[in-house]
Design a protein around this ligand. Sequence first.
Ligand code: RRO
Length: 311
Amino acid sequence: MVSLATDYCGATFPNPFILPSGIAQNIPEDHLRAEAGGAGGITAKSLTPEPREGNPMPRVIQVRIDGKPLGIMNSVGLKGPGLLKGIPLLKDLIKRSRVPVIVSIFGASISDFQILAEGMTAVKPRILELNLSCPNVSSEFGEPLGMGAKTAGTVVAAVKKIVGKMPVIAKLSPNYPGIGEIARSCEAEGADGIVAINTVGPGMVIDIRKRKPVLGAKSGGVSGSIIKPVAIRCVWDVYEAVKIPIIGMGGVTTVEDAVEMMMAGATLVGVGSATYVKGMTVYSELAEGMTQYLRENKITLSELVGWAHRA
Ligand code: RRO
């Protein structure tokens, strides 16, 4: 019998298709809509130490190329309730969700991550994601934190010291040539998994009638179908570099995309931008399609993971 159940960092996901961080905004309502649509797991929007208003509107736009809707751009700017208000909301989300919840945190400095990690010892998520790669805000050093291998590893080590046995995974950026090297430094400092990739860019779209950029913040992270080849290559590189399991994401819309992502090395597959095009039921659609694919090809999900590396 075909099974889609997937173990990742000690948690069992009923299927490998999960909501990435940042797609759902309000905790818990928006997140639970993904579960209702069939998501096998949910990642909460990255939490920051202080509340944040986010960037000027519009923050999320569709990218059309040759008239076709091939991508999304966002410059949300980490809108969110901050740590104090976020803790009870996340506890409520974990209590109400029937699938594993991954909680995500973002800091602009090592000390921010330490403060957030302290808070997470009260929330007790199954898995803690460190967002080391938001393209829309800069660290105290003026660049996205985690761009360098050394910084990424230092953050992982600092957080692991605080959260003990809680599995910690690092979300990495494609906007740097050495994603494998960064993943390796995270693994060396105790990371239990890698998430690849965050959005590409930042990019920009200009409205030629208004003669100005469309996004309120002018530029933003690019996601959706147009970034899939970059995501596949990054997941490939990470798989070659580390032994810890990978959550692969970036442009997955169809079962074929998901199979490709798993063959590159992903154990779980994040599906985000596709929800803007297909709605939240994209998760159950993918689960049904994957069941059929596995049956027709007489293979298991775990055999798919990294297949292209062994071919
Ligand atoms: O909130 C955002 O603008 C954002 C985040 Br935290 C991120 O990690 N990736 C992204 O594209 N946008």
